[in-house]
Design a protein around this ligand. Structure first.
Ligand SMILES: *Cc1c(COP(=O)(O)O)cnc(C)c1O
Length: 241
């Protein structure tokens, strides 16, 4: 971090612009912006920047690697005001790392297969917790993206929601970069899949985790309840559209 004071000012000013764009997007869709949780994806910054973001008003953070999650949880202990900060796991979770995450995060966004769902359920029970999770769905069908295909999600839904160590709270997806129209179709597809899965499972599946720095206004228009923002929150070089 260059200079804490100027970084503090940057994060606070950026946050105002992010919230204002989020509110505009919500208004266009007739939604209450309070329905949308802003998750600050802190994977590229250190505990000091996370603490400054907390000061600016962020209350929920996302990490994509267990080791980095651990560093942030440990780092947060130096900031008593951050007690109770929410950390979510948003990235690829390898089987041998599940124990580092279960019981330490509010929500695991990245359940990419039925097998992983079973593992996380099992480990959660071992830790005497029930983990809140999202099913990651590859709505856009890009080969480079992981997750359930929509058909796999439909096929596995009833078995997955019956697992005793997890509570499925909804769905997560990532849209292809740089293609706003495809992003919109992706987010819309996620919302429609959630409706289908609600009918199949009887669960309320309230959470739709979608939208990142480049496409979160579109995601909010299409029903996102959690936007995962990294560069736009933390990177002074990121240029807001
Ligand atoms: C890094 C990351 C983000 C944030 O991406 P930005 O484009 O920097 O906002 C969101 N979701 C996941 C899963 C990520 O790994």
């Amino acid at each position: 971090m260059e200079d804490a004071e100027s970084y503090r000012a940057f994060v606070a000013e950026r946050r105002e612009r992010i919230l204002s764009r989020l509110a505009d997007a919500a208004a266009r869709a007739g939604r209450d912006p309070a329905e949308v949780t802003l998750l600050a994806v802190s994977k590229t910054v250190g505990p000091e920047e996370v603490a400054l973001a907390w000061e600016a008003g962020y209350r929920a953070f996302g990490e994509n690697r267990p080791q980095e999650l651990n560093r942030k949880l440990e780092g947060a202990k130096a900031y008593p005001q951050m007690a109770g900060a929410r950390f979510d796991m948003i990235g690829n979770l390898q089987k041998n790392k599940i124990n580092q995450v279960v019981g330490r995060v509010a929500l695991i966004h990245s359940i990419r297969s039925e097998e992983l769902a079973r593992e996380v359920s099992q480990r959660s029970l071992t830790h005497d917790v029930v983990s809140d999770v999202l099913l990651e769905v590859n709505v856009s069908g890009e080969e480079s993206k992981s997750g359930f295909s929509p058909d796999e999600a439909r096929e596995a839904a009833e078995r997955v929601v019956a697992l005793p160590g997890i509570r499925v709270q909804g769905l997560m997806t990532m849209a292809p970069a740089g293609q706003p129209d495809v992003a919109r179709r992706t987010f819309c597809g996620l919302r429609e899949l959630a409706e289908d899965l609600r009918a199949r499972t009887g669960l309320s599946l309230p959470t739709l985790s979608c939208g990142m720095s480049d496409d979160y206004p579109i995601a909010v228009e299409e029903g996102s309840t959690v936007v995962r923002l990294g560069r736009i929150v933390f990177d002074p070089k990121y240029v807001m559209a």
